[in-house]
Write a protein that binds this ligand. Structure first.
Ligand SMILES: Cc1cc2nc3c(=O)[nH]c(=O)nc-3n(C[C@H](O)[C@H](O)[C@H](O)COP(=O)(O)OP(=O)(O)OC[C@H]3O[C@@H](n4cnc5c(N)ncnc54)[C@H](O)[C@@H]3O)c2cc1C
Length: 450
């Protein structure tokens, strides 16, 4: 590493002007954890990332990593460590003929979506445009058209990585295969800093069509029972979401959202037609059906549900019991203290990992229902009531959990990390961590005890 890179590396020490602002920006919402790195480095080149790793090693600091800061628990923040903030690494290059993209970790989902839309190319881009690709790709990446494309991490074909000793290595199907495996879903357990991903792209379906239905919470059992039966008949290109949300007029409801992807408009609309067979459709509060939409419009809608100026708590669960779980969650949702609380559910057709995608990945756990439990509130004095509601609502989710999503799990709770993987994958990930980063330079999922 050139000494120029080290001397030019921007580093803010704890207590210096600008430190607190940058520390807070390491977490995308307003409830920043009380964990204070010794220093924060903001490299703007791969050489500076390697310099930052050397800087940490020389001072005996462990390393926390931030790409976009969208892990709700502020996973990059650890007491006394060096936080390496990768948000300035934002190069993106599309190889149209080779149908691949090279992206740096600070690139946001919105930027990639725009770049692909201009070229008629598709990828399971994040539902929310603000999420950075660094953590998203490493965690799994549940994006638009995932039932068809599979989780985004399975599209990673190559990663460029700065290791604990400062070495820059490439990993693909022939070189450093363990690192490629770990990058495909290992999340914060990845034992290095990914400075570039190469991902495979798809031809984008020409049309994206949306149907959405708002049902009274009391109809949840009927809707989910019908949907579980219907699910197997729907085309793979139909993505199903079920959210417990509060409408602007204050009405709490179950919103069924289905998006179909197809090269023909009539084909996409036909994919959504079965949703008109809901036995309680006549009682729907609202129906918006067969509307043509775009990934950008759907991302803007997703972002509108997740205001970053709020205090936030989030956790996620995989379960196999949608029919019994959803009605119970609806009862809890009726008493959510925050108007902007949301229980987001994705009904995943089995298998989530589509058969024609190589499942050579750390990503290894999923169930039939993915649930994201979130509350958004404004005032610190409302923390307790919101956290109590989350704890109570988590109970049925915990009881039926078959695993967790490493991208959004609350790692302050026990066993979350290992239960985000099947047993063999967890063991292999730990082995790769021990051999690649034997000194444990890179912080992982866990936080030191308070
Ligand atoms: C509003 C919102 C919407 C979301 N929508 C989706 C969605 O649609 N689909 C989905 O799958 N997930 C979604 N997520 C979850 C999100 O993908 C994960 O939390 C992901 O980790 C965020 O990436 P990040 O880089 O912004 O996170 P960060 O908080 O910056 O990173 C989290 C951790 O990942 C590791 N990491 C990040 N970058 C690197 C790197 N370059 N090298 C090595 N390790 C790294 C580090 O351990 C880091 O601490 C959403 C989250 C939020 C808050």
């Amino acid at each position: 590493m050139s000494s120029a890179a080290i001397s030019e590396l921007p580093v803010l020490n704890h207590g210096e002007d600008g430190y607190e602002e940058r520390r807070r920006s390491a977490v995308w919402h307003a409830r920043t954890p009380a964990r204070f790195p010794s220093a924060i480095a903001t490299p703007s080149s791969v050489a500076e990332v390697a310099a930052a790793v050397g800087y940490a090693r020389e001072r005996g600091l462990r390393v926390g990593i931030r790409s976009g800061g969208h892990h709700a628990g502020g996973l990059g923040l650890h007491d006394g460590q060096l936080l390496i903030d990768l948000s300035s690494l934002t190069e993106v290059a599309i190889d149209q003929d080779g149908r691949s993209a090279s992206v740096q970790p600070g690139v946001t989902g919105g930027v990639l979506t725009e770049a692909l839309a201009r070229r008629g190319l598709g990828f399971p881009v994040p539902h929310d445009p603000r999420v950075a690709l660094g953590g998203y790709l490493l965690s799994g990446g549940f994006g638009w058209n995932m039932p068809s494309y599979g989780p985004a991490c399975l599209s990673i074909t190559e990663v460029e990585v700065v290791l604990a000793d400062g070495q820059l290595v490439q990993a693909d199907h022939t070189r450093n295969r363990d690192l490629l495996w770990a990058a495909r879903g290992g999340g914060a357990g990845f034992p290095g800093i990914v400075t570039r991903f190469r991902v495979a792209l798809h031809p984008a379906p020409r049309h994206m069509v949306l149907s959405a239905y708002g049902y009274d919470l009391s109809k949840t059992a009927e809707v989910i029972e019908w949907l579980c039966e219907l699910e197997g008949e729907l085309a793979r290109e139909v993505e199903l979401g079920l959210a417990l949300v509060t409408a602007p007029d204050g009405v709490r409801q179950l919103v069924l959202r289905a998006v179909a992807f197809d090269d023909s408009l009539s084909g996409a609309r036909a994919g959504l037609a079965p949703l008109e067979s809901c036995p309680v459709i006549a009682a729907a509060h609202f129906r918006r059906t067969f509307e043509e939409t775009t990934p950008q419009a759907m991302q803007a809608w997703s972002a509108s549900l997740c205001p970053s100026e709020c205090r936030v708590y989030g956790d996620t669960f995989w379960s196999d019991a949608p029919a019994s779980l959803l009605p119970e969650l609806a009862i809890h949702y009726a008493s959510a203290p925050a108007r902007r609380a949301i229980v987001n559910n994705m009904l995943a057709r089995q298998p989530v990992i589509v058969p024609d995608v190589r499942a050579d990945a750390a990503f290894s756990i999923h169930g039939r229902l993915w649930t994201g439990l979130w509350s958004y509130w404004d005032r610190p004095e409302d923390d307790a009531v919101n956290l109590d509601w989350i704890a109570a609502t988590s109970e049925p989710l915990e009881a039926s959990a078959v695993g967790f999503y490493v991208g959004q799990s609350n790692f302050e709770l026990p066993d979350r990390a290992c239960r985000s993987f099947d047993a063999a994958s967890w063991d292999r990930l730990q082995h790769i961590r021990r051999t690649t980063d034997p000194q444990g330079l890179f912080c992982s999922y866990g936080f030191p005890a308070p």
